[in-house]
Structure formats: C-alpha cells, structure tokens
Design a protein around this ligand. Structure first.
Ligand code: F6R
Length: 608
C-alpha cells in the first residue's frame, strides 16, 4: 500500500525522504516520488518503478529544499506510470500533495474543478486534492486544507507542502494512519513507524479527523474545525536494528528465524510461576468474562488463519461457541450479534481497513472488542476495549511469518485467560497448557534446526505449477496458511482443502506427480488423515507429510516426511507453520521471485 514521508528542518530534506521511502518499500508499491519546496515552486521528481529508479532520476535532476514530502504509490485509480505517481500539484505548481487511501467522490470534485478551469494531468483520485486546496486558498494553507478535507469522502492520509508557506507541512489523517516524528530542530512525518526509526522514536499519533501543522520547531495538532488538540507523545518500543536485514538475504528469512524470540517475548510476564495466565493489560472483569456467550474472531489473510486456530482454542478451552469471519465479509453479512457477544480482531499492522471497519461495526452493535495486534498505538489497538500485543517486533517482509505464530500464541493466552476467569478449567488442565506454552519457543527453535531438508523439497516444488495442501482440524487452518504463503511469494498456484473434502470434487485435479502437502499432527484424526493421504497417493500424487514426533505409521505413505517436535495438539500450527514458511521461501528464491515484495501485494492493506 502507499507510503508517506515528510521532513521539515535545517538540512536538505532529500536524504530523509529517500531513506524513509526505502523503509516503507516493504508495504508494496509501483511508483515513487518526492516534492521539495524551494523558492517559488514545488520541485517534484517522480517515476514509475522502484525507489532506485527515482534516485537515478534525481542524479540528473538534483532538487533541494528543507521542507519535503515523499510517496510510494500502490495503484488504485489509474495504472502505475510517471504521471500517476505522487506528488501531484495544482495548476500553478505551487501546492504539492501526497496521499494514501481512496477519495470516493473524486469524479464529482474533478468535474467541479474542471468547470472552474483547473487542468488535470493524471488519472488519479489524488490529483483533486492540490487543485481543491488551490481553489480554497486565501492566504492560509491550514484553512485551505481544512476546507478541502471537508469536501473529501473516503479514507485518506495526506501531506501538503506549498511554496506560499514554505516552512511547513500540513497533514490530515482520515481512516489511514499518519505519525509525526519529533526531532531536534527538525520534525518528520510518516505513514508507518519504520520510516522514522533511524531518526526518532518520539512520536505523535494522529487520530482520524486530525490535522498536523509541522514546522522545524513545532507541531500543532488541530481538529478539522480548527480547534487545537493536546496530544501525548508516544515512545515507539521498536529498536531501529530490528527493522534491518541483519545479514539475512531477505527480511522474510530473518523473520522466520526470529520466531523463537518473538514467541518468547509474547509470553514474557504472561505465565505465572504457579502455571496460570496473567494478562495485566486486560480490563475485562470476571462478570464480563462470565457474560460471554459467543465469540466472533475477525481478520484478513494470514491473521484470519490465526483466527481459525483461535476458534478451536475458544471452543475447546473456554467451551463457548466461536465463529471466524473474514473481516471483509463480517461487516456486510449482518451477523447476529446479541448481548454477550465478544469480538476478537486479529491484525499484525492494526491498520487493515477491513479489520478496522469490522471492529467499528462490532462496537456499534454493542460487542466488547479485544484486539490482537503487533503495532503499539495502531488504530485497532486504540479503538478496541482491550489489546493483547504480540511482541514480534517489526515485520517487514510482506509475507507474514512471526506475526502469525505469535498471533496463534496470543489467541491461546486469551482463551486460557477467559477460561481461567470463568472457572472453566481445572488447575491441572490449565497447568498442562501453560507448560506446553512455556516450551513453545524452544520447540520453534528445534523445528528450525530440523528444517535443513526443506530447501531441497522447495527446489522440487519450484518446478511445479500446482500444489495442494490438506489437513484436518487445526491442521486445515495450517494448510490454508501454508498454501497462502506459497502462492503469495512464489506465484505457484496452491490450494488447501480440509482433507475429507477432496473427494467431493478436487480429487479430479490430483494426477501423477502433483505435490500434496499433508499436515498430519492431530492424533484423534490420524487414521482419517491416512485414508485421505492414501486417496491422493492412489492418483499418483507426490506426498510430503508434515507431522509431529510420536505419531507413528506415516512414513510408508509419504515421499518425504518432516517432523516437528511434539506439543499440545492445538499449538501444532505454531510449529508446522515453520517448515511451510521455509518451503514457500526457498521455492520463491528458486523461482527468482522478489521474496520480500511480491508482485501486486502490500504489507498493510489500508483500503477496502
Ligand atoms: C499474508 C499476509 C496478509 C495479512 C493480511 C492482514 O502473508 O501478510 O494476508 O495477514 O493482509 O494483515 P494484518 O494482519 O496487518 O491485518
């Protein structure tokens, strides 16, 4: 998704803008650009393609200014091109704007402005913004931006510079994140924390409907009606080193290897010596926990797969019915929400537009909301009633790895916590779960150490066009996650099925040598799984089994077998995710794909 950066200070803005844009590359983009204010005009350079292409342009057309904005665009309105890249300017070339999100009523505004003589150059929705600000400008940029913002419908974050007031950036947040970074004699703006980390960890997080006026020495935050707002400074807990590759060829590989540490950080302080779960951050009372009669788990993509595992935790551990929904479906399907419904939203970024909309829908209908997120101060964290953070550190690769495994872990903590409050579990059962959780980081490390053969298997997979994944129970959720990982980074077509479902249609696609990855970690359905494996083998499939220590009798059914250490059956998705992530990673490497920045995808999907 698009990224915004901004700089106001004593130095030339360009180095910060380029460094910041590079830190946002992981969000996915197809073009990039910068604008700096110098004298009478806003100097703009922008182009389709990578930031490197922008840097090459800047070598030939060096532009300078101490106030500047930059952008990485992920095309929504109009194809990726030099003209459609941001920043966009007004007719006079004096006002430059970068924008994340979508302006839903741009066509009407464009028509209105065209009738008044404004000339448009791009196909974008964004271009209405500088022209609208130009239209309203009467000697005060702040007021013109406020006036323009009132006309705009949709989700957006924008940053504006103008040669008429060359000492400032004016920025507005509406349903798309923006953070102001506070420096010494300089201040910064970014749509995502990693862009700031090399420069400051002191920030101000803007709320929806807020505007920031940023100069070298001051940051004022106002509502769109112009009232000044008091804002707290927020210290970002991430270390800048965490957002670097640290010797790994790709962020994804680094993040896969960070999982033992991330799992252990997410547990830190949350398991008591007497084997109970401690979530001091939760404000839910015992009465509220007792009143829960149904749980909705809502998320997108990988986080949705974590939610699927969460459904098993809630039903098996707490004994309450649970439903898992894709966030993009939840808000439009008119779910039956009754008193006692609990909504759990899961989101690495905490900014996914569909998840945020689902959270708001749930709240509006009276649900208590718990957010599981990795980003402190993110929108879902601020809007939920309670937050359980996954302490995975920054996840830069587009494909989610450590966020997923820590989400599963956090969901298990939540289920145990609620069960504990409701007195649903006896202390022995609780202690057993807690013991398995304590050992999970070490077992994740052991799983990584056992994964050397995965690289060779990935080389074989890389030569195929179709791969199938099957599993039962939580293994089905793991299979879904495995296939998503493979297809999103290696572009191999992959599909996951509940193993018992194949014979209802998909078995027709299983032919000689088609790879089938069978997850078989659930003892209670092992025989059924073996039958399903036999079905695909009978059609010539090449079966790779992922199973756990202690489950015998599978070797004869597989071409290759990967064993993870034994753990609680419900926690298996944490361990089986690891070989699947590595399979996807190496398959993508063998196919020469851009692993960290797969085509067409964005890290944080802030549009619906
Ligand atoms: C896949 C992936 C996505 C995200 C999804 C939700 O590897 O990363 O499917 O899981 O876009 O993102 P968050 O968790 O930020 O809400």
């Amino acid at each position: 998704m698009c990224g915004i950066v901004g700089y106001v200070g004593d130095r030339t803005a360009l180095p910060f803008l380029i460094d910041g844009l590079k830190k946002l590359e992981y969000r996915g983009y197809d073009s990039a650009g910068v604008a700096m204010v110098d004298g009478n005009s806003a100097l703009v350079e922008k182009c389709e393609g990578r930031i490197q292409a922008l840097e090459e342009r800047l070598l030939h057309n060096h532009i300078e200014g101490k106030v500047g904005i930059g952008h990485t665009r992920w095309a929504t309105h109009g194809k990726p091109s030099d003209t459609n890249a941001h920043p966009h300017t007004d007719c006079a070339g004096e006002i430059a704007v970068v924008h994340n999100g979508i302006i839903e009523n741009y066509a009407r505004i464009r028509e209105f402005l065209q009738k008044r003589g404004h000339v448009f150059r791009s196909e974008t929705d964004t271009e209405v913004m500088p022209h609208l600000i130009e239209h309203y400008y009467e000697g005060n940029l702040e007021k013109a931006v406020q006036r323009a913002a009132k006309d705009l419908h949709g989700s957006y974050a924008m940053a504006v510079v103008s040669t008429k007031e060359p000492d400032k950036i004016v920025a507005v947040r509406n349903l798309s994140p923006l953070i102001v970074g506070l420096g010494q004699g300089e201040n910064y703006l970014a749509s995502d924390i990693p862009a700031l980390l090399n420069h400051t960890r002191e920030t101000i997080v803007l709320e929806d409907g807020e505007m920031a006026v940023i100069t070298r020495d001051s940051v004022r935050v106002l509502s769109l009606s112009g009232e000044e707002r008091e804002k707290n400074t927020f210290f970002v807990p991430w270390d800048p080193v965490q957002a670097e590759r640290g010797g790994y060829p790709h962020f994804m590989l680094k993040e896969i290897h960070e999982q033992p540490g991330a799992l252990s950080e997410t547990l830190r302080g949350r398991l008591s010596p007497d084997g109970r779960v401690v979530l001091t951050e939760m404000t839910m009372t015992e009465a509220e926990a007792l009143a829960i009669n149904r749980v909705f788990l809502v998320a997108c993509g990988t986080a949705f797969h974590a939610g699927m595992v969460g459904k098993y935790f809630i039903e098996r551990i707490v004994g309450i019915p649970a439903e898992v929904d894709l966030a993009s479906e939840f808000r439009y399907r008119n779910p039956v929400i009754t008193p006692g419904s609990l909504l759990v939203v899961v989101s690495q970024s905490g900014e996914t537009a569909d998840t945020l909309a689902a959270l708001r829908e749930g709240k509006a209908r009276g649900c208590r909301v718990i957010a599981i997120t990795n980003v402190v101060g993110s929108s879902v964290a601020r809007e939920a009633d309670d937050v359980i953070y996954t302490w995975a550190g920054p996840e830069i690769a587009v494909a989610s790895t450590k966020a997923y495994t820590t989400q599963v872990e956090a969901l298990s903590l939540l289920a145990l916590y609620i069960a504990q409050m409701r007195g649903h579990m006896d202390i022995y059962q609780l202690n057993e779960y807690v013991m398995h959780l304590r050992m999970l980081p070490r077992k994740a490390q052991e799983t990584l150490e056992r994964c050397a053969p995965v690289q060779e298997l990935a080389r074989e997979l890389a030569a195929h066009d179709d791969v199938f994944f099957i599993g039962r129970g939580v293994d089905y959720a793991s299979a879904l996650e495995g296939q998503l990982k493979l297809k999103e980074i290696s572009y191999i077509h992959a599909e996951a099925y509940a193993a018992g479902e194949l014979k209802h249609g998909t078995l027709a696609l299983i032919t000689e040598n088609v790879p089938v990855i069978a997850l078989a970690t659930q003892k209670e359905v092992l025989e059924k799984m073996i039958s399903n494996i036999t079905e695909v083998r009978a059609r010539g499939a090449r079966v790779i089994i992922i199973t756990a220590d202690g489950l015998e009798g599978l070797d004869e059914y597989s071409s290759s077998i990967i064993r993870v250490p034994d753990t609680h059956p419900l926690l298996m998705p944490v361990l089986t995710a690891i070989p699947q992530q590595l399979l996807a990673y190496y398959a993508a490497v063998y196919r020469g794909c851009d692993v960290d920045k797969p085509r067409n995808l964005a890290k944080s999907v802030t549009v619906e």
